[in-house]
Structures are given as C-alpha cells and as structure tokens.
Write a protein that binds this ligand. Structure first.
Ligand SMILES: Nc1ncnc2c1ncn2[C@@H]1O[C@H](COP(=O)(O)OP(=O)(O)OP(=O)(O)O)[C@@H](O)[C@H]1O
Ligand SMILES: [Mg+2]
Length: 387
C-alpha cells in the first residue's frame, strides 16, 4: 500500500516534544535548581558526599530538573577542575538491586556482564572504577519508590555508607532520589539515619500561568512560528493546570498538532486541542449530558456555537447566544440570575470551564469547553433538546 506523504506544516522538530528531551532552561524551576546547587556545591568545593530527595506529583518536572541540573553541574565541576559524572537509573525499568547496579557499572564498563555478580561484589567493582577514574559519581534513582517497595532499603543504605571504609575521608558517591510518593517513609531506620532528611526538594503542581511559560517555550522549540495562537496556548495551559502536569500539556500539544496535520491544516485550533484532550484523556461521557435539564442543554449548545471557531467566549456573549438558541427551539429564556446559576452548575459538573480574568480596569469571565470538540458536543445536544 502506498502511503500518502504529508509534509509537516506544524511540527518543526518532533523530538523536542518527546519526554526524553530536556530543554536548556526550565521555566519556573529556578528555585529547585538553585536549591540543588546549594546542596551539591560542597561536592565540588569540599569533596563531600551529598544526598537529596526530589518529591512532587506527576509531571511537575522532577526528572527533567534532575537531568538538567546534573548536566549543568558536571560542567560547573569541570570548570572548577573536578571530575564529576552522573548516572541516571529509572527504577521502574531496572527494578531490582542487581539491575540497578549493572546499569551504574555499565556507565564505566560497557561490556559488563548482566549476571554472575552479587550486589556486594558489584559495589566493590564500582568502587574500583570510581577510584581509578578519580571521579565523584552522582547516582540518580528515579521512581525510587518502586525499588524500595520491591527490595527494601539495602541499596540506599549501601550507597550512603559507600565511603565509610576508605581511609581518606573523601566522598565519592552522592545520591539523588526521586519519587512522587514520599519514599523516605518506606526507608528502614539504618538507611534513613544516614540520609539527610532535610535535603528534600519539593516540586509543587504547576498553575496555568506557569504551564503557559513551559508550553510557550516548547511551542517555540518544536512548532513552526504562528502555528498555535496565544489563546490556544492558554487553553492548553488551562486544561493541563487541572492536574498541574506539564507532561499532559506537552502531550496535548503534540497530539493536537498531529491531528491538525493529519487533516491537512497548518494551524492548531481550539477544536484540535479539544479533540486531542478527548483522545489522550477521555473524560466525556454521554451520561453527563443526559442528566442535564433542557435549559442546561440549551446553554451548553449555545456555548458550543460560540466556541466552534475559538478557544474562549465570555459570559456576555454566551448569554446573547443563549437567547438566540432558546428562541430557535421555542423555549422561553431564563432571566440573568437563573442563567448565571446554571453556568455555575455546568462549571461545577466540569462540562464548562470558566475563569475570571481582568481586562483593563474591569473583570470578565471567560468560558470554554475542554473535554470534547465543540462541534461534536453540538451535534450530540441537537438531538437531545426538546423544543
Ligand atoms: N519547568 C519545565 N520547563 C520545561 N519543560 C518541563 C518543565 N517541567 C516539566 N517539563 C516537561 O514536562 C514533562 C514532564 O516532566 P518530568 O518528566 O520531569 O515530570 P516528573 O515530575 O518527573 O513526572 P513523573 O512523576 O510522572 O515522573 C517532560 O517532557 C519535561 O521536559
Ligand atoms: Mg519522572
């Protein structure tokens, strides 16, 4: 079968949308990076070992920050005349102590056999490599809760005691643990006592403005100029901010760009974003509109009509459209107070999304639909409204 070749009109550089890509700058993570620097500075300045625990919910930039920090910190160490290396291990992929150790040693010895050595023996081998190369090694254990759950705290204990037997008190291994859950709670006393509890770096959920900065940067890196408008970028940020999750935002950006390209378009519009949301994270069910009363359905229908070609409408515009739509179905329109009450309940139900923004000296409420394309919702509602 011959594929129809389509040239990319929206995506300029696809790999910059992949989860493995780490941008040079991470907007809104300066505080965390600076804190890591404060913690790890002594590794370079005073040859000590350090540890840190990076903690926060899904998509808050823990992995990206750890990687960015280590890349930059390696250069910093180099400039200061110190040899520093880091090894990144995802404990979901390497989920037992032996696999983790193998991954770390492979960093020094590419052909190291993946069986035949105990964890203790591998610690010895690692020690020799480190001494021979004269480096300080930062071991990053990402999603460490998976490892601790399966294997207990042995490995963390061994690493935190790594230099205890050497005669020269020079730290050669530092640990960076990353987890969504509070992994420290699962550590046994021995490991916990050598792990500095204060060295915790928190990653709060991103709000919509922070996600906007992140998505705007990704847009410039990965998409052609002007292929996504400012309002559409705000819509993406608002949707992702419900979970505070940058990964969801980037995933929706990629998906909506691909869906739009597939249709031969050269821009991502609001409908494309809603379509992507419906595919990536299906949230919309018919039952949710079945349980609405007739007036609520008419309000929602009016919203879909205003939103087919744009990201947001305002309450004023929506009320106007609602009156027209009610008339179309021969239904007498609600008064303003009642209309407003329904807007609130539809928002609470999650069928509409609303946010108050300031425009000049005043304030207005912007309204959108985010779980389903307005056009699709429109045709569903049209069959349901009783005139
Ligand atoms: N501040 C930021 N600036 C730019 N990109 C970011 C930022 N924070 C997160 N990202 C991007 O968002 C995605 C998710 O981030 P990351 O993988 O670091 O999250 P995480 O906290 O490790 O999530 P999880 O707990 O699910 O592993 C990645 O593609 C990452 O590059
Ligand atoms: Mg991660």
């Amino acid at each position: 079968m011959a594929f129809k070749r389509t040239s990319s009109k929206i995506i300029k550089d696809h790999k910059k949308l992949s989860f493995d890509y780490v941008p040079k700058e991470l907007p809104n993570r300066d505080k965390q990076i600076q804190r890591l620097f404060t913690l790890f500075k002594g590794v370079v300045d005073s040859d000590i070992s350090q540890n840190a625990f990076l903690h926060g919910s899904v998509g808050t930039g823990k992995t990206a920050t750890a990687k960015r920090f280590c890349m930059d910190f390696k250069n910093y160490a180099h400039d200061e005349g110190k040899k520093l290396e880091y090894v990144f291990v995802n404990c979901r992929r390497s989920s037992n102590n032996g696999q983790v150790m193998w991954k770390i040693i492979s960093n020094f010895d590419k052909g190291f056999p993946d069986r035949g050595f105990s964890v203790g023996e591998m610690m010895e081998i690692l020690n020799k490599h480190i001494k021979k190369k004269g480096v300080h090694l930062i071991v990053i254990l990402d999603e460490v809760d998976v490892l601790i759950k399966k294997e207990g705290s042995e490995l963390i204990y061994l690493f935190s005691r790594f230099d205890d037997e050497s005669l020269t008190p020079k730290g050669s291994v530092s640990l960076m643990l990353i987890s969504q859950k509070n992994a420290l709670e699962f550590l046994e006393e021995g490991a916990l006592s050598s792990f500095k509890r204060g060295n915790r770096v928190n990653f709060p959920k991103y709000d919509s403005d922070e996600l906007y900065d992140i998505l705007d940067q990704r847009n410039r890196l990965a998409l052609y100029p002007d292929s996504i408008g400012d309002e559409e970028l705000k819509l993406l940020s608002d949707i992702a901010s419900k979970r505070g999750d940058a990964r969801l935002g980037i995933e929706l950006m990629e998906k909506s760009a691909l869906l739009s390209e597939e249709k031969g378009e050269d821009k991502v519009d609001a409908e494309g974003i809603r379509r992507a949301k419906a595919e990536v994270d299906p949230h919309f069910t018919e039952n949710r509109i079945r349980s609405l009363n007739n007036q609520e359905r008419v309000i929602l229908l009016a919203a879909t009509r205003r939103l087919k070609n744009k990201a947001y409408t305002t309450t004023g515009d929506l009320e106007e459209q609602y009156k027209i739509t009610a008339e179309e179905y021969g239904i007498s329109p609600l008064g303003h107070t009642q209309f407003w009450k329904y807007i609130k309940s539809l928002t609470k139900e999650g069928l509409l999304d609303s946010k108050t923004v300031s425009i000049g000296s005043g304030r207005t409420t912007k309204i959108t639909v985010s779980d389903i394309p307005a056009k699709v919702l429109e045709s569903k509602l049209e069959t349901m409204i009783e005139g």
